[in-house]
Design a protein around this ligand. Structure first.
Ligand code: PLP
Ligand code: COI
Length: 381
């Protein structure tokens, strides 16, 4: 009978439930027998760029229906042996997160809002019919990895980018939610996401491709969203731009977000505008910026903003600045917008004081240099 059609369809479509391995989460710690030698590590840390250098270890936890989440380990970073019929390789049932560890001046390490990443990963799992991972397991995995790989955290303005992710690991070609999952966390010491650091970036407005529609997966962090954005991002690069910005899929005129960042507009009356949630990723940086702005009485409006309005406001001077934000990119001013209907500059192509001020405020909290009024920081040690 070919692929296993012996399970009733209703059962095969069932969404796995969160079970086991929390709250008394316990990871087996298996230190790598062959860590990268100190001198080589120092060489790799000198100019790590983004996402090319990796630490010695990874966290890994497995799920199956009988045991729930189990077999939690910290072990050497290694290949995953995957059967060629593993579900994720065919139907992309995969989700991920991104957060950073920041080295404080006293030598300790801060995580920024890891609870928010853990919650968003649960939301992503729910949308993708995957087994939700208990938040306590997510946080323990991240913390244990940071502890064992602490020597890999760059000093200065560098950080340790943490990449939790989950894949459907059942070996089965039927289209249904996998009955097995692997959750893992890897870590990558990083400098700036953009080569020019916080220098203004240029943005290509995609009129051809959209990122997400109502009812789709735009609001969750699944790998498929990024695969689908790559053609548009390639178009941005072909037009000499750093990043693509997507318009809404219905009217094709409201600004949504970039391939991997949210967006803000700064008006001449001091107000901030940012596209509303729904089809965009609910960014943790976005949420933090809204809170920091409101703390000092800056009005923030989460409302639709069209590309035509953006162009008109840039021309009239009503728009003072625009910036992109995300864990990887932090806050990056947007200096130039390009599209098939012509290009326009923002703030004369220069970084503006609002973007740079918010960036400093946020980064100072993350590195423990400023007070943390919202209790966003979690000290690993
Ligand atoms: N939007 C997209 C599509 C992203 O990939 C990211 C990065 O994670 C963001 C926005 C910003 O989210 P966060 O601030 O949580 O990193
Ligand atoms: C992040 O900022 O954490 C992301 O996942 C964005 C990605 C483009 C690196």
């Amino acid at each position: 009978m070919g692929v296993s059609l012996d399970t009733p369809v209703r059962d095969r479509a069932k969404q796995p439930k969160e079970t086991k391995l929390a709250p008394g989460v316990k990871f087996d710690i298996l230190p790598s027998p062959n860590p990268v030698p100190e001198q080589e590590r120092a060489a790799r840390l000198a100019d790590p760029g983004f996402g090319r250098v990796f630490t010695d270890h990874m966290a890994i936890v497995r799920y199956n229906q009988a045991k729930g989440w189990h077999d939690a380990r910290i072990e050497s970073r290694a290949n995953f042996p995957l059967d060629a019929a593993t579900a994720v390789l065919h139907y992309a049932q995969e989700i991920f997160e991104g957060l950073k560890g920041y080295r404080r001046e006293d030598g300790g390490v801060n995580l920024f809002r890891p609870d928010a990443n853990a919650r968003r990963m649960k939301d992503s799992a729910e949308r993708m019919a995957m087994a939700p991972l208990p938040e306590a397991v997510f946080i323990e995995a991240v913390e244990q990895l940071v502890r064992i790989d602490r020597a890999w955290i760059p000093g200065g303005e560098g950080s340790l980018y943490l990449r939790p992710f989950m894949i459907a690991s059942e070996v089965f070609l039927g289209v249904k939610p996998s009955a097995e999952y692997i959750f893992a966390v890897i870590a990558s010491p990083v400098g700036s996401y953009f080569k020019g650091g916080p220098a203004p970036v240029s943005i290509w407005v995609s009129e051809t491709y959209t990122r997400a529609a109502i009812g789709g997966t735009g609001a969750v962090k699944c790998g498929g969203n990024y695969a689908a954005s790559l053609r548009a991002q390639a178009e941005a690069i072909e037009h000499g731009c750093d990043q693509v910005v997507f318009l809404d899929a219905v009217e094709r005129r409201y600004i949504e977000e970039l391939g991997g960042m949210n967006i803000f507009f700064v008006l001449d009356d001091g107000a901030l505008i940012t596209p509303p949630l729904g089809t965009i990723l609910p960014g943790i940086t976005r949420d933090s910026i809204i809170a920091l702005a409101r703390d000092v009485g800056t009005p923030v409006r989460e409302e639709p903003y069209t590309i035509d309005q953006w162009r008109a406001d840039a021309a009239s001077g009503r728009l003072k600045e625009a910036f992109a934000c995300g864990t990887a990119a932090v806050i990056s001013p947007i200096g130039k917008v390009c599209s098939v209907n012509g290009d326009f500059a923002i703030n004369g192509g220069a970084a503006g004081p609002v973007a740079m001020g918010l960036r400093k405020q946020l980064v100072d909290i993350q590195y423990g240099r400023a007070a943390d009024p919202h209790a966003w920081i979690r000290k690993v040690f």
